[in-house]
Ligand binder design. Sequence first.
Ligand code: 1PR
Length: 528
Amino acid sequence: MTIALLDYGAGNVRSIRNAVQKLGCSFTEIRSAEDILAADKVLFPGVGSFGLVMAELKKRGYVEPLRQRILAGKPFLGICVALQVLYAGSEESPGVAGLGIFSGQVRRFPVGEMAVPQIGWNGVKLLQNSPFFNGYQQEKLYFVHSYFAPPAETPDDWQLAYTDYGCEFVSAVAKGAVAAFQFHPEKSGAAGLNILGNYLQDKEEIVLLSKDSETSSTKIAKRIIACLDVRSNDAGDLVVTKGDQYAVRAEGEVRNLGKPVALARRYYEEGADEITFLNITGFRSFPLQDQPMIDLLAECSKEVFVPLTIGGGIRAFVDSMGRSYSALDVAAAYFRAGADKISIGSDAVDAVEAFLRSGNKSGSSSIEQISAVYGAQAVVISVDPRRVYVDSAEATPHTTVKTAYPGPNGEQYCWYQCTVKGGREGRDLDVIQFVVACEQLGAGEILLNSIDRDGTGSGFELELITLVKAAVSIPVIASSGAGSAAHFVELFTRTEADAGLAAGIFHRQEVGIDSVKKAAGAAGVEVR
Ligand code: 1PR
């Protein structure tokens, strides 16, 4: 039985390869139209934008054979954008024709109530019995997208599942042996691997799940993210370290809190919703030169089936041989190694300063380049702000907050200064100017650190989080300062943060991810 994988070279197909292997299956590569028609089963993980996917399919002459195969009802599974290209068109790429299996249009989530893109774990409501959901126990599944398939634009006999996110949308379609999911089974933990296995493995015993008529509406969960600040120690080994307000040395030594892959595997097993690696000295080194982070990611993605974000050193480079690389080249290497999202730090500050100076989008910034190819949802901006106290709001042109934590001289106001190079250099740019411009340049998510709170265990910087959440419509991950499960409850009950990230308390096993989820759940916070 041949499983043929349709990989047109964009985005993170490494995860689906790892998931297929984890399920004990093997696959062949689709290299021609004939391969599409001849395969027993086709697996099509769609990454990137609607327009880009259709352009790649057209370029390879895959449009007609795919239509033929799907209309003939031969086994086919599409994921994420591969569900969307079954439609005639999409608001994401006006004028670009899809495969047209369905005559309807794919729409963009309305900006307003919910952050867009939808990034996170949400439920599915099954509308019909289906072997694709054999053994499914109503677990939340991982979604990362800005566009959705409307029920009204989808033929009734194909509709398999709905999900709610501001509106009700089609999260799975199926007819006979053909199916497509908006969620990523390869990134949805054990539940996702089970669903993928239902398609790939010829399971003996099929338990047709009763369609869950009782589920009224699904809800996206607040994400709990484990962050691994990684750098090489003086012996040159890559270790997980953790700073206090970004200072990672204790008695002159780089703090060593463990091996990155082992810790990531532990957090996956403990129920982390996402795992983030930050190469904190990325601004010094050339990630494609000595490649320790690429190898680490490739290793990790073999065993961790929740989303992986990697950051540090994503910018244009000229290597020692004088060869120049774009930020897109660096990001592409990370995606090929198994990253689902990349995070840009210092280079985003430079890009925004250039954008604010010129007032024009050059299209050449790392944010614009990477989001154009991989989609906004794949581009995270890691912000390293520091408080600057002032006597009054009028004392600075920057956006200030009246703070509950007065300054060293009793100052009642502060603004948040953006920094680069791991907090080593402050810029005349405030966090609001920065995040608003990043969203305009095509970023899909904000990782909002706080240098003042980092490693302090004194709780998240709620004033900063509230300020930033009100300024952008993309999801915001709160980071820095978590000292207890109660700090996460405070975060999710007093701000609209979409996710909470911690490092120190998890590395030192002071607080478990499960106890954070228990405490948040007990406080009525939606968690996975
Ligand atoms: O600038 O694109 O090369 O990216 C460098 C990346 O490394 C940025 O994302 C930057 O935030 C990060 N970074 C740089 N220096 C440090 C440092 O600690 N010296 N770490 C650093 C950032 C912040 C969080 C941390 C939380 C939670 N660390 O990631 O994990 O504060 O910690 P806590 O729960 O223990 O309080 P570029």
